[in-house]
Design a protein around this ligand. Structure first.
Ligand code: KG4
Ligand code: ZN
Length: 331
């Protein structure tokens, strides 16, 4: 069964074709970075307009890449939420209309679950059960994945998401938007130990996160130190990143231990962070845990993960209804 996945929850318009939930035939992601860059963040109204312009060309490109026509589509899946309402509406309505006209089944999928399903698109997917950290721009949580369709939320952020903290600190350091990848790159030239930012563990045995304190500490440091030479900015970036990575890795490994599980994984945009990937390999390796990392194209928003999850929902008999609506918040 070939499923067309559509993703438009934030500032990426994406379409993908996936066979049987595990083989990517095509995956196209159109980033809106140049639209939002000068505003230092996503402007919702501009995002939905750009989705409207991009959705058809992006889908056509995916069909061309997979070398199939409309008749090759057996089902459609689109992100239903969480995300920006105006952005979600474009992809979701498009998917409904397309499925209706092609007379194929369709289903709405949860974006967060989609990120975790990206792991099942890898050549070596993690066998269940495993514990995964899902860290993106809008969400940070720890999940115990019992089976492909059964995930238990163990804890989540009480304030900022990890990616949001990266983006806000990048903005403070005038590094532009989106900030995660820039901080990652710049940190390689910095000393992560010169400036020690706080590690907010909350209670050590809690699976919850809090990142707004690190962000505030960076702001305070900047106010107190006017010396913003390039070297110092790299050290600030590296010090901030190290603090976030310390907490993420500690909590992920601790959660796995708590569940008596020896497999850990990463998902979401922040899973692309090179220091996070390196540290997890080291620290989990020292605990004899197996580590599963999504390839870089599958960390950030994409439609292959939507098609993969959509396939499983459709195969389980789930169907969308024409009056289904999008939703902005998780839970
Ligand atoms: O999953 P995603 O593409 O979109 C959401 O669902 O939010 O995640 C985007 C987030 C952004 O905050 C971005 O700064 C962050 O992922 N990100 C990174 C890296 N690449 C993207 N954060 C840290 N290091 C990276 N290399
Ligand atoms: Zn996402």
């Amino acid at each position: 069964m070939i499923v067309l996945g559509i993703e438009s929850s934030c500032d990426e318009t994406a379409a993908a074709l996936v066979r049987d939930g595990n083989r990517i035939l095509a995956s196209v992601v159109a980033s809106q970075e140049e639209v939002h860059h000068r505003f230092g963040g996503v402007v919702p109204e501009l995002a939905s307009r750009r989705h409207l312009e991009s959705i058809i060309p992006v889908m056509r490109q995916a069909l061309a890449q997979a070398d199939i026509g409309f008749t090759g589509i057996d089902g459609v899946a689109a992100t239903q939420g969480p995300g920006l309402i105006g952005s979600l509406l474009v992809g979701f309505s498009f998917a409904k209309a397309l499925a209706f006209s092609l007379e194929v089944p369709w289903v709405g999928v949860n974006h967060l679950e989609g990120h975790i399903h990206a792991l099942f698109l890898e050549a070596q997917p993690p066998p269940c059960p495993f514990v995964t950290l899902l860290a993106s721009g809008g969400h940070t949580g720890l999940y115990y994945v019992n089976s492909l369709m059964n995930m238990e939320l163990l804890g989540q952020t009480r304030d900022d998401a990890a990616g949001e903290a990266f983006d806000k600190v990048a903005k403070m350091l005038a590094l532009g938007y989106p900030g995660g990848a820039v901080i990652d790159r710049l940190s390689r030239q910095g000393n992560p130990d010169r400036i020690r930012f706080p590690r907010p563990y909350i209670e050590k045995d809690s699976c919850d996160f809090s990142f707004s304190g690190i962000k505030t500490a960076v702001g305070r440091y900047l106010r107190e130190h006017s010396d913003r030479c390039t070297e110092n900015v790299a050290d600030i970036a590296a010090g901030f990143q190290e603090a976030v990575v310390d907490v993420l890795v500690y909590k992920l490994i601790r959660a796995a231990r708590m569940k008596g599980c020896r497999r850990v994984a990463l998902a979401g945009g922040v899973a692309a962070n090179s220091r996070l990937r390196e540290r997890l390999r080291l620290d989990a390796g020292a605990e004899q845990m197996e580590v599963y990392l999504p390839s870089l194209q599958l960390c950030g928003d994409n439609a292959a993960m939507v098609a993969a999850l959509g396939y499983r929902l459709l195969a389980a008999g789930k169907r969308g209804r024409l009056d289904d609506d999008v939703f902005s918040r998780a839970g």
